[in-house]
Ligand binder design. Structure first.
Ligand SMILES: NC(=O)c1ccc[n+]([C@@H]2O[C@H](COP(=O)([O-])OP(=O)(O)OC[C@H]3O[C@@H](n4cnc5c(N)ncnc54)[C@H](O)[C@@H]3O)[C@@H](O)[C@H]2O)c1
Length: 261
């Protein structure tokens, strides 16, 4: 569908699960070479193997500068370039009230989401700027726009990621490197399923609050990423694209979709 993605090298953090894995499959279907970078080293390698020949799985903690440098260096050694970065690695917030929240938990979440996205983008951009082309796609969230208590660290990190998407997008706009983000609503992935299973999120309430009346699929996000990485999006940079079934557009006090249950 996107002929220009053939032969591109796509580095995906958090690519061993959920949205990152769906992106890996979608870009592999476009004949791109995929580098999965994930804390779960064995799963990263297994997922890369599952995609077929020519893909790579690397174990790394994106909150570690040394790990990030190692992963980017390994991708450069194997492929000689990085065309697309998808910053999808992430963990959920603790959902604890602010006054009970551990500062260590807050810091760890910021380290992974915000600093991790910064470090991976920075390390890859060195090569993208040298080659005069590249696309970086970050993961924001409805939580980065709306106040979803008690998710302090997660919401702050996602809002920060959206702003960093703008600043990096502006900084590199003349150098051929585009930076955009997607802001998923509630997508059925292990991440979201676990939060419902633990009673931290109420799936029925979310469905009623979502104009589309359904949860999103990981493929919905992958489709937006394919577009943002492609030539068709060549004049788009610095934006955060909601992919949320209308969740952020809805502002009434009524249920958006009461008949969804
Ligand atoms: N699923 C949703 O509904 C939803 C909604 C909005 C935003 N998001 C965001 O999308 C991204 C992906 O979410 P998902 O649903 O695919 O989650 P997921 O739990 O299915 O996958 C996350 C992956 O990130 C990896 N990871 C976690 N910490 C890491 C670290 N320090 N270094 C390297 N890898 C690490 C995990 O091992 C896992 O493979 C996250 O940033 C999340 O905040 C998800």
């Amino acid at each position: 569908m996107y002929a220009d993605l053939e032969g591109k090298v796509v580095l995906i953090t958090g690519g061993a699960s959920g949205l990152g894995l769906a992106a890996a499959r979608a870009f592999a279907d476009e004949r791109a070479s995929i580098v999965i970078v994930d804390l779960q080293a064995d799963k990263a390698k297994a997922c890369a193997q599952e995609l077929g020949e020519g893909h790579e799985g690397i174990g790394a903690d994106i909150a570690s500068e040394a790990d990030v440098a190692g992963a980017v260096a390994a991708a450069m050694t194997k492929y000689g370039k990085i065309d697309v970065v998808i910053n999808s690695a992430g963990i959920p917030d603790t959902f604890r009230p602010t006054v009970e929240q551990d500062v260590a938990d807050f810091r760890r979440l910021i380290d992974i989401h915000l600093t991790g996205t910064y470090m991976v983008s920075k390390a890859a951009a060195v090569h993208m700027l040298a080659q005069g082309s590249g696309a970086i796609i970050n993961l924001s969230s409805v939580a980065g726009v709306l106040g979803l208590a008690p998710r302090n660290a997660y919401s702050a990190a996602k809002a920060g990621i959206s702003m960093m998407t703008r600043t990096m997008g502006c900084e590199w706009a003349r150098s051929g490197v585009r930076v955009n983000a997607v802001a998923p609503g509630y997508m059925l992935t292990p991440f979201f399923q676990k939060l419902m299973d633990e009673g931290k999120l109420d799936g029925n309430k979310i469905l009623r609050r979502t104009p589309a009346g359904r949860f999103g699929s990981a493929r919905n996000i992958a489709d937006a990423m394919l577009f943002l990485a492609s030539r068709q999006a060549e004049f788009i940079t610095g934006v955060t694209l909601p992919v949320d079934g209308g969740y952020m557009a809805w502002g009434s006090s009524d249920d958006a979709c009461p008949e969804s249950l």
